[in-house]
Design a protein around this ligand. Structure first.
Ligand SMILES: Nc1ncnc2c1ncn2[C@@H]1O[C@H](COP(=O)(O)OP(=O)(O)O)[C@@H](O)[C@H]1O
Ligand SMILES: [Mg+2]
Length: 410
């Protein structure tokens, strides 16, 4: 069966999935999308739509089983949407290839994931489950180190806080309550903060084979301004540490995937280079967001990762030779975070918006909006992505775009 006869279900039709949906269509797939939001931007590009919350596996399963597409679907995947349990649950109900529901569950539960890493000897920061505010106070007192508090089951840096050893009694209470408010399971973990370069990776795994496709540097130079929240304000691809570190990264991501039972699929890694080498913060059993899989990887490395993900979910082994990265240019990525206030007017330079090296220049704000302090990645007020022949040019152009945003507060 060629792609023209294949039908896939993409869980999540948000704006970052749009390019993936259109790429799948261009490759000949018939594409259904599911989303809780009737106005999700990807719906217009798909052949069919099923309304169901991406974060509710049972609701999605029921909706698909009750839809006449159920017997047509050959594969299920998510693009820029962290819903592996929904993907696995639907795939299982339709008897299709996917991660097991158990693996998907561990992949979205930071405590279970860390326990699996620890058991398998994967380098990961020291961690503990936090049982209560009192227990958190005890751990802070005992460790005397910079710690990271986070919900076990959230995403997009929601509720992820960096805690300094001299944190006050009141601040601990605030941090616990804020972080736990983002946890469906009402369960937190705390980790030692790892100093060192922060990287994002993307890999393809097929049984014993693994290919590291992309390595990005994440820019945390505004960490102090966002404190205690942890928000990157962009990054660059490829990483300055690549290719020297690629063999180590490939090995550690493959081992981490194995540790959670992930056999086939795309894997996004959050990695810090510590004094003894790479340390895994977490892996995600999905394609990355932030236009990384749909824009950055094809442009920078000449690799069609969406194609590989579609092949894997429909049971075909991807062509590993075609996944080998061949660096063509450098991506510069910057996020806009604004100060609080009400926006009276906003202007951007049309010359920069239309610049041939500026691939994305999007603002999530408009006149009249009330800006609150951003507390997680999902609240960034704008994003810029440039592709240039050198790192210097890519960074400069991205920063020029961000600086050109002219906002008057009312
Ligand atoms: N222990 C840690 N040491 C250093 N940085 C960390 C640590 N934990 C989290 N971070 C940083 O915070 C980001 C968000 O935390 P993460 O655990 O990945 O949560 P999320 O699911 O919200 O992505 C990470 O990608 C990493 O950059
Ligand atoms: Mg993460």
């Amino acid at each position: 069966m060629d792609n023209k006869q294949k039908t896939v279900l993409i869980i999540g039709a948000g704006k970052e999935a749009v390019t993936g949906i259109t790429q799948a269509k261009e490759m000949g797939y018939t594409v259904y999308v599911s989303d809780g939001d009737l106005n999700a931007p990807g719906i217009a590009y798909a052949d069919g739509f099923i309304q169901a919350s991406v974060y509710d596996p049972q609701e999605t399963r029921q909706a698909i089983l009750g839809h006449d597409c159920r017997d047509k679907i050959d594969g299920v995947l998510a693009i820029a949407c962290d819903a592996p349990v929904t993907v696995s649950t639907v795939a299982k109900a339709l008897n299709l290839d996917s991660h097991s529901v158990e693996t998907a569950t561990v992949a979205t539960h930071k405590l279970l994931m860390k326990q699996a890493f620890h058991k398998a000897g994967i380098p990961t920061p020291w961690f503990r489950a936090v049982e209560s505010i009192g227990h958190l106070r005890h751990l802070i007192q005992k460790e005397q180190k910079v710690l990271v508090l986070k919900p076990v089951d959230s995403r997009g840096s929601r509720g992820v806080l960096r805690l300094l050893p001299d944190i006050s009694h009141e601040e601990i209470t605030w941090a616990y309550e804020l972080s736990v408010s983002y946890s469906g399971a009402k369960q937190l973990i705390v980790e030692h903060w790892m100093d060192g370069p922060q990287l994002s990776t993307e890999s393809v795994i097929w049984d014993e084979e693994s290919q590291l496709v992309a390595v990005a540097d994440r820019n945390y130079d505004q960490l102090e301004n966002h404190a205690p929240f942890i928000m990157e304000n962009g990054g660059n691809t490829p990483s300055v540490h690549s290719p020297q570190i690629d063999l180590d990264l490939n090995e550690i991501i493959a081992a981490a995937s194995k540790a959670i039972g992930l056999q086939r699929g795309t894997v996004k890694g959050d990695v810090v280079i510590g004094p003894e080498g790479p340390v895994v913060i977490e892996i995600a059993a999905r394609l990355s967001g932030g236009y990384f899989c749909t824009h950055t990887i094809p442009k920078v490395y000449g690799v069609n990762l969406i194609k590989a993900a579609l092949e894997i979910c429909t049971g075909q082994k991807p062509d590993f030779a075609a996944l080998k990265p061949q660096i063509r240019c450098v991506q510069g990525n910057r996020h806009l975070f604004l100060k609080e206030g009400v926006i009276k007017s906003v202007q951007v330079s049309s010359e920069l918006v239309d610049h041939s090296d500026v691939a994305i220049f999007k603002l999530n704000i408009k006149s009249g909006d009330k800006i609150e302090k951003a507390t997680d990645h999902t609240q960034r007020h704008g994003v810029v992505m440039t592709f240039c022949e050198t790192r210097k040019k890519a960074v400069e152009l991205a920063e020029r775009c961000i600086d050109s945003v002219d906002i008057v507060y009312g």
